[in-house]
Ligand binder design. Structure first.
Ligand code: SF4
Length: 227
């Protein structure tokens, strides 16, 4: 079978986090990092990704996984239209190793994608729920990079939309995404969780994700064909 063009892919690279936000859609953090083989299960069948979101937990706490994604994309020459990483603005958000790997992703995107697809890649969650102890310092350090911005303008730090999942008792419900195959194009929001399972988005709290499991990533192709 021809390799796949995936429109939208999110990879939950860790469930660790160094904050405890009251609105967290995932719930209590867990000491779990994704295994590289789960990422390979997807990328080995992929020729192109429209949008790639590296998420957590707090992504800056698993730089090794981001580096693995970057090196796998590069080795397989898989172009990515846009990357997206949201970091919480803690000390790990401004670590040299995190900045280094984000710079590598940005450089890769510029090499391998059409320039008009470039998008802002790294955002800091500066809403009212996140601990802002280091936000000024993080902002100052990361503002030197062209791929960084705050997630919300200062005038709209209250405006974050809440999702009723995990710790949040109010907000909207995210619909289950329909994932399918059209020729070799994979449509819908594909979510690879840190345990190696593909989830049809929807409720992404750690305690409820198993209700939306499509399959394990090692059965990715068979699962798409039967969906
Ligand atoms: S919202 Fe983000 S930073 Fe806050 S606890 Fe959840 S995963 Fe951590």
């Amino acid at each position: 079978m021809k390799k796949l063009e995936i429109e939208r892919l999110s990879i939950e690279i860790t469930r660790r986090c160094n904050m405890k936000c009251s609105h967290c859609m995932h719930g209590k953090a867990r000491n779990t990092d994704i295994k590289p083989e789960y990422i390979t299960n997807i990328l080995s069948h992929t020729q192109n990704i429209g949008y790639l979101n590296l998420t957590g937990g707090e992504p800056s706490m698993n730089v090794e996984a981001i580096r693995f994604v970057w090196s796998s994309l590069k080795r397989r020459k898989i172009p990515v239209g846009s990357f997206h990483i949201v970091t919480n603005g803690s000390q790990t958000s401004m670590s040299d190793e995190f900045i280094d790997v984000c710079s590598k992703l940005y450089a890769y995107q510029r090499e391998e994608s059409r320039p008009e697809q470039l998008d802002c890649m790294l955002e800091m969650s500066n809403d009212r729920f996140h601990d802002n102890t280091y936000h000024n310092e993080v902002h100052q350090k990361l503002s030197a990079y062209p791929f960084f911005s705050n997630r919300y303008p200062d005038s709209n730090r209250e405006g974050v939309p809440l999702i009723k999942q995990g710790r949040s008792r109010s907000g909207y419900q995210v619909p289950i995404s329909t994932i399918g195959l059209d020729g070799n194009r994979v449509y819908g929001d594909v979510y690879l969780n840190a345990l190696g399972y593909l989830i049809a988005a929807g409720d992404l709290s750690y305690s409820n994700q198993d209700k939306h499991i499509l399959c394990h990533s090692k059965g990715f192709i068979t699962c798409l064909k039967s969906n």
